[in-house]
Write a protein of this length. Structure first.
Length: 216
C-alpha cells in the first residue's frame, strides 16, 4: 500500500497505518480509536452491496437467529422501562429484533436504507436505538453514530452488536472480514472512544455487544 493512508472514518485520525492486504483489499488501523477499516476506494457500490444483502435470509421466526439476537435484546430489555419506544436501525427485510422487543412490551419502529427507507423515522426521538450487525457496514461511521446519538432522548440507549475485532494474526482469514460488505471493524476500545466522544456511558454486557447511554 504505497499511497498515503486514509484518515480514520470514525475518529478522523490521519496517522493511520496499513494493517494487512489480502485478496486485493487493503485494511488500515487507527492508533487512536483502534478501528480497522477497508481502504475507502475499495468498497462496493450501492448496487453490489444491495445485491449481496438480498442473499441473506434472517427470518423473524428462526429460533437460532433469535438466540443470536438475544445477546443484545436481553441486556437492553433489562435496562428499559416497560413500554419504551425505540428504533431498529438497519432492520433488514425481516426485522426479528423488533419483533422480540415488541414481545417484551416495547414499541419499535423499523428503518433500513435499502429495505425500509422511511426518512420521517429519523426525525423522531426514541428511548432506545438498536443497531445489530449493521455498524460494520457503515461507510461513514462518524456521521452514522452522530445521527443515531441524536435520535435518543435523555437517558436513552444506543445498543450495538457487531463482532469485535481482537486478533490481528487471524484477521486475514476471519469470516467477518471475508464478507465484502463489511468495511469497518471495531474493538472494545473503539466503542470506549466513541462513548467518550459523545459524552455517553459505555457498558459491554455480552460478547460483541456495546450499550451506550446518553446522559439524563
Amino acid at each position: 500500500m504505497s499511497r498515503i493512508p486514509s484518515a480514520c472514518p470514525l475518529c478522523g485520525e490521519r496517522a493511520t497505518h496499513p494493517l494487512v492486504s489480502v485478496g486485493g483489499r487493503d485494511y488500515l488501523r487507527c492508533p487512536r480509536c483502534q478501528l480497522t477499516f477497508l481502504e475507502p476506494a475499495q468498497r462496493l457500490d450501492a448496487a453490489a452491496e444491495r445485491a449481496f444483502y438480498d442473499t441473506h435470509c434472517n427470518a423473524p421466526e428462526d429460533a437460532g437467529y433469535r438466540r443470536f439476537l438475544a445477546r443484545l435484546a436481553a441486556p437492553l430489555d433489562a435496562r428499559l422501562a416497560r413500554g419504551s419506544s425505540g428504533l431498529d436501525y438497519g432492520c433488514g427485510p425481516g426485522p426479528a429484533l423488533a419483533a422480540m422487543l415488541e414481545e417484551g412490551g416495547h414499541r419499535v419502529a423499523c428503518y433500513d436504507p435499502f429495505y425500509r427507507p422511511q426518512a420521517e423515522l429519523l426525525e423522531r426521538r426514541y428511548d432506545f436505538v438498536t443497531c445489530t450487525e449493521v455498524a460494520e457496514h457503515f461507510h461513514d461511521p462518524a456521521t452514522e453514530f452522530a445521527r443515531l446519538a441524536g435520535l435518543l432522548r435523555p437517558g436513552g440507549w444506543l445498543a450495538v452488536m457487531t463482532c469485535f475485532q481482537t486478533d490481528d494474526a487471524r484477521f486475514a482469514n476471519w469470516h467477518y472480514r471475508r464478507d465484502p460488505t463489511h468495511v469497518v471493524f471495531y474493538r472494545e476500545a473503539s466503542f470506549a472512544w466513541l462513548a467518550a466522544h459523545l459524552g455517553f456511558a459505555l457498558e459491554v454486557p455480552a460478547k460483541d455487544v456495546a450499550l451506550l447511554r446518553r446522559p439524563i
